[in-house]
Write a protein that binds this ligand. Structure first.
Ligand code: LLP
Length: 421
């Protein structure tokens, strides 16, 4: 469910016409809907309303600080994976005690910064990382609250590049070694083991892998309690998928996911924690682009638009499908034909929608690339020396440019020509 819909023949974000917005900010641009962000956050958190639960929105999905503040004001915590993300969360006004820090390669500097800010917990991914964290914390006279991320070796049945819970993936500590590592952690200076963490992958649309993984979490929680660990929380990670193909692929509802979680953990006396990213942000954002040219090749038609793989890399990186809607509703009624929607970047892989049945877009027409609010702007780059596109946040009939389009001086001006040239 999202708040992008046609009104008076024009696609709107809530009550803002995308046609008018395009004239104002120029194309391409990302547009986010506050009502959709809020709705997704609420649907997820209300699924756990009877429990002691903390939802830590996974910043990596969309880290614009206006988005973070929107969610923070609803009570969301944040899952961060770098000092930069931690700084974003703090800048957005999210209290440190609602922030968890994940990632396989935290540096000592990042650990020290997070400790000095007093974050809720570190999700520790390896034995050497645990040792480093202990040294840093002891050096600062601080205590790091720790959850060890456990790798259950379970196939989440998702794209291979976003599976994180199989033995071959770089994440976490093998399930069989976790119990020993908790024993070790208990003896380390500056470390307070108080949680378990698991995240098996992203864009998961089947509950079975969660069910299997959470059974292991339950087993480990029991063992740790036997070992005298005072287990305060279990962090179930993120990973509920979203419908990229409209009504054709409907993922489980958060209530169904909650049932799986509660079956595994409601009687353990632990706080339940979650790190959803995609399901909060994906459907809350679109990328709006204008058609530049339509080119008839010998075998194919190409619809060349002003957005490209550097703005939205998901189609070429993961063969991801994003629905495309014309901003002008009248186009929807026209007969469809196959075309490759491509950008101006000089790569054959620069496509947004290969071989797609679409109405006949003409130069100047606007299109919305849907479900682009998660892993869209955050994964963009300036490849081909293209300017990063602006981000706009809509709320009702208001909108604000929450990241303006840089100018060429921003883009090139930081580079230096050495004296010898
Ligand atoms: N927690 C951890 C430790 C994670 O690694 C991730 C995602 C999440 C939570 C959030 O998962 P979500 O709720 O969003 O599924 N760029 C890829 C997705 C990469 C996901 C990485 N980790 C894409 O565009 O599909």
């Amino acid at each position: 469910m999202h708040h992008f819909a046609y009104k008076g023949g024009v696609l709107h974000a809530e009550d803002v016409s995308l046609d008018a917005l395009a004239s104002d900010v120029g194309t391409p641009f990302y547009c986010y809907s506050t009502a959709t962000l809020e709705r997704h956050y609420r649907v997820f958190s209300e699924a756990f309303s009877g429990a002691d639960a903390l939802v830590c929105y996974s910043i990596k999905a969309n880290s614009n600080i206006a988005v973070l503040r929107t969610l923070g004001q609803l009570g969301s915590g944040m899952d961060v994976v770098s000092e930069g993300e931690l700084r974003r969360a703090l800048t957005a006004g999210v209290p440190a005690e609602r922030i968890v820090f994940s990632g396989v390669g935290k540096t000592r500097e990042e650990m020290a910064f997070a400790l000095s800010e007093g974050i809720y917990a570190f999700n520790v991914e390896s034995e050497p990382e645990l040792t480093a964290l202990s040294e840093v914390a002891a050096g600062l006279g601080a205590t790091a609250r720790v959850a060890i991320r456990v790798n259950p070796d379970i196939d989440p049945k998702t794209h291979r590049k976003i599976s994180t819970g199989k033995a071959e993936d770089k994440f976490g500590v093998p399930y069989e070694r976790a119990r020993d590592l908790y024993r070790e952690a208990a003896g380390l200076q500056g470390i307070a083991p108080c949680g378990i963490h698991m995240h098996i992958g992203s864009q998961i649309t089947d509950l079975k892998p969660f069910n299997d993984a959470f059974a292991l979490l339950r087993e480990l929680a029991g063992q740790l309690k036997d070992d005298g660990v005072s287990l305060e929380f279990i962090n179930f990670g993120g990973g509920l998928g979203v419908p990229y193909r409209g009504t054709n692929d409907v993922p489980p509802h958060p209530d169904e996911y909650a049932n799986v979680v509660l079956d595994a953990a409601s009687d353990l006396g632990c706080r339940l924690m979650f790190e959803p990213g995609r399901m909060i942000a994906a459907n809350a954002g679109i990328l709006v682009s204008r058609v530049l040219y339509v080119k008839e090749g010998t075998d194919k038609s190409f619809t060349i638009v002003d957005a490209a793989m550097n703005d939205l890399i998901r189609p070429t990186l993961y063969e991801a499908y994003h629905d495309i809607w014309p901003v002008d509703e009248a186009l929807r009624a026209a007969a469809q034909r196959k075309t490759d929607v491509v950008g101006p970047v000089c790569e054959t892989g620069d496509y947004l929608a290969p071989d797609r049945d679409l109405p006949p877009f003409a130069p100047g027409d606007l299109m919305a690339i849907m479900t682009a609010g998660a892993y869209g702007a955050v994964q963009s780059s300036t490849y081909n020396t293209r300017l990063l596109v602006p981000e706009v946040l809509v709320k009702g009939s208001d909108y604000a440019v929450v990241r303006p389009r840089p100018d060429y001086d921003d883009l090139i001006g930081r580079e230096k020509i050495p004296d010898w040239l």
